[in-house]
Design a protein around this ligand. Structure first.
Ligand SMILES: C[S@@+](CC[C@H](N)C(=O)[O-])C[C@H]1O[C@@H](n2cnc3c(N)ncnc32)[C@H](O)[C@@H]1O
Length: 231
């Protein structure tokens, strides 16, 4: 077996995930993306915010798998986990001044993703996947599948302005008072508000006077989360 394969297996092994979780639990207040997720789930518990977990941008499931653990930790038995991804990595995008991404980056096939989840003890019946590039997959059919659902925690980790604006337009009907939305790459592009997730969020909110996103926590190295309020 090649070293790369051994390393991948090690990273995906359930016991490694468990060690990370235990270590991370000791430092939950250190807000990295995993700490941020645990804060979001705790916020939802304290405030009794109803709804599911939506994640846009899964790659090999690090944050998605952790959200599953948080669902268990906080006893959210009725919460469904929804994952949205192309399973082909990033789409092609126009050139940006500070772009650090490339087409196909973070590709992980759906069977590979499901296998990784399985290796972490997460059964296929415990989550739902909506597959495809967002320009195709965030459609009426997806809304039908989500009919009647709300989102307590939304994790946006799709890196690009183009992807993020599609996500924001899609999730609007699932937002409730107290939904936490996390942007994993908010301060990317050297923090430029005219690029990436920051640009998408500003554009989205400008057209939605009845939606208010209250800044909640900044988390390392590039993330920021908000509490959603409907006016
Ligand atoms: C940085 S990775 C996600 C990392 C992951 N959350 C983790 O914990 O490691 C970005 C993901 O976003 C997905 N993605 C970005 N833009 C997309 C789009 N327009 N449609 C579908 N998937 C997209 C990519 O396929 C990739 O899996």
């Amino acid at each position: 077996m090649q070293i790369k394969q051994i390393a991948k297996r090690l990273v995906d092994a359930a016991w490694v995930a468990r060690v990370i979780e235990v270590l991370d639990r000791r430092s939950d207040n250190r807000t990295t993306e995993l700490g941020m997720l645990s804060q979001a789930f705790e916020f939802a518990k304290i405030n009794d915010v109803p709804g599911d977990y939506f994640e846009f941008g899964l790659w090999r499931g690090k944050t998605f798998g952790y959200a599953y653990r948080m669902k268990r930790r906080y006893g959210r038995d009725n919460m469904k986990l929804w994952g949205f991804d192309s399973f082909q990595g990033l789409p092609a995008t126009e050139k940006h001044p500070d772009n650090i991404w490339y087409e196909g980056q973070f590709a992980c096939t759906r069977p590979e993703f499901e296998k990784i989840m399985g290796s972490r003890g997460i059964q296929r019946s415990e989550y739902e996947l909506i597959q495809g590039f967002y320009s195709d997959s965030l459609n009426d059919n997806a809304h039908r599948r989500l009919s009647g659902r709300k989102a307590a925690v939304i994790y946006v980790d799709c890196d690009l302005y183009e992807s993020t604006i599609q996500v924001l337009n899609f999730i609007e009907p699932y937002i409730v008072n107290g939904s936490i939305i996390c942007f994993d790459d908010f301060y990317n592009y050297k923090g430029d508000p005219a690029q990436g997730e920051q640009k998408a969020l500003a554009e989205f909110l400008q057209q939605r006077p009845l939606l208010h996103f209250i800044p909640y926590l900044d988390y390392a190295p590039l993330g920021k989360s908000f509490i959603c309020r409907l006016k």
